[in-house]
Ligand binder design. Structure first.
Ligand SMILES: NC(=O)c1ccc[n+]([C@@H]2O[C@H](COP(=O)([O-])OP(=O)(O)OC[C@H]3O[C@@H](n4cnc5c(N)ncnc54)[C@H](O)[C@@H]3O)[C@@H](O)[C@H]2O)c1
Length: 434
């Protein structure tokens, strides 16, 4: 098949492009490298030293003989996107090219607006481009399990049948997203569903859980192909942060009580799910929804697993609770269905098997690159405007005072419910690069 991977320089996109290329598909990547710019903006970097995309693609071609075509541009630029689709003529487009960090979207108005414009306009442009130049192409769109929120009953795969006042209908499952980023995904889902209905497009919305792991067979071929491993407070996911904290000898920072439960999957399952979706396309007019995750864990479950894995590696790992910077239930019911991809042939990898190899060993291998201060939360969902400068980087006395207030907001909570001292926080955040 001819498959276009939008956002192919990013974490999921890079692993997917290589996997599909290895499977014999003809692949094109489109990306504007904005993810690398966000690292500069935030003063954060991936734990793993990723190479420029041109170097990665050259290395891939030298190692495998497979060429991946590259279109450099912004999917919010309609002329760029439609001409790329026209030139490549894909059978399937896999759309990863969005701003995907909930905390980034909650920094302030500018970041919320940017996130929604980037994501919603990019997806709208794609729908129009498909309608105009490649109407039979299958859109495989990355959504997120976070679109559903945490309702007090089971989460279905996309749709729910409801009986109301004696009448019955099947309708989209109610969405209760928890950030402006998650809202952008809900808006996307509505736009895609509508475009399928009015224009007869075919689409699969993959409501993906939190992805972990760096290693796929293809990425592991050479250091030049290494994938991202984000662990900072904005783009880092909780499991990555815990593994890095364990490797760094700093306590694991659990937000709130730690009962927050979410769906998770190994990056090797992400790439396989994408392949399954591409090989089994939706019908014209069909807006199909799969819940793409394999296991569910609470934050405290993950902390305990990382503690146990650390022990096996001879690491002393402790856990602290910070006030939750997010507005979310800290203890709740969670049971999300996820059988459709399994029915189509997914054979899941489980976290218990990959925690040491794909996460802890990577964290230990690159621990010289750890910046512990980048893991402390500085974005408070309750505020409309978050200044992320650390006290050390403040330019004026007023800024320093404001930054110190933010640090105090997220001091660890002791067993008696009181906050720890500022010195306690320093032991978490102060061990900058070694
Ligand atoms: N990583 C996860 O755990 C996870 C979980 C659920 C859903 N998802 C979804 O999967 C997708 C990919 O996530 P990821 O972790 O690989 O993100 P990522 O930030 O690593 O990659 C996204 C890529 O898209 C590119 N991009 C963003 N906006 C663009 C634009 N306007 N034009 C062109 N390129 C653009 C970026 O440069 C980057 O290379 C996202 O849509 C995300 O919402 C990811």
């Amino acid at each position: 098949m001819r498959i276009a991977v939008l956002g192919g320089d990013g974490y999921c996109g890079w692993a997917t492009a290589l996997y599909l290329s290895k499977k014999g598909h003809t692949i094109a990547i489109a990306d504007n490298f904005i993810r690398r710019q966000w690292d500069h903006e935030l003063g954060a970097q991936t734990l793993t030293p990723i190479r420029p995309l041109s170097d990665r693609l050259k290395a891939w071609q030298e190692l495998t003989g497979n060429r991946i075509e590259l279109f450099v541009g912004d999917v919010t630029d309609y002329e760029f996107l439609s001409s790329a689709i026209k030139a490549f003529e894909p059978d399937a487009v896999v759309h990863f090219a969005e701003q995907r960090a909930a905390p980034y979207s909650m920094i302030d108005r500018k970041h919320a607006v940017f996130t929604q414009v980037n994501n919603v306009v990019g997806t709208l442009n794609l729908l129009f481009a498909l309608r105009e130049v490649q109407p039979d192409c299958h859109l495989v769109k990355l959504g997120t399990m976070g679109e559903y929120g945490t309702p007090n009953f089971d989460i279905e795969e996309g749709y729910i049948t409801i009986e109301h006042n004696g009448r019955k209908d099947t309708v989209p499952y109610p969405k209760q997203p928890g950030s402006f980023y998650h809202l952008s995904k809900v808006h996307d889902s509505h736009n895609i569903m509508f475009a399928c209905k009015i224009w007869g497009l075919r689409a699969t919305d993959l409501n993906q859980g939190v992805v972990y792991g760096t290693m796929t067979d293809e990425v592991a071929l050479d250091d030049a192909l290494i994938n991202r491993f984000d662990y900072d407070e904005i783009f880092g996911t909780v499991l990555n942060r815990f593994c890095v904290q364990a490797a760094n000898g700093t306590p694991l920072t659990v937000y709130g009580k730690g009962g927050q439960t979410r769906g998770f999957l190994d990056i090797r399952d992400t790439v396989r799910c994408i392949e399954i979706a591409c090989l089994n396309p939706a019908e014209p007019r069909e807006f199909r929804v799969f819940n793409q995750f394999t296991e569910q864990f609470s934050v405290l479950d993950l902390a305990r697993m990382v503690q146990a894995a650390g022990k096996q590696m001879g690491l002393e790992v402790s856990v602290v609770h910070l006030p939750d910077p997010r507005v979310e239930s800290e203890e709740h019911y969670y049971n999300a269905k996820h059988s459709k991809l399994i029915d189509l042939g997914l054979k899941p990898h489980f976290l218990s098997d990959s925690l040491l190899d794909s996460l802890m060993n990577i964290a230990v291998r690159y621990r010289d690159r750890i910046d512990a201060s980048s893991m402390m939360p500085r974005v408070n969902w309750r505020k409309a405007n978050n200044d992320r400068r650390t006290p050390e980087k403040a330019a004026t006395v007023a800024e320093k005072l404001e930054a110190e207030t933010v640090v105090r907001e997220f001091l660890p909570v002791k067993n008696d419910g009181n906050r720890r001292t500022a010195r306690g926080a320093k032991s978490l955040a102060g061990t900058a690069k070694r």
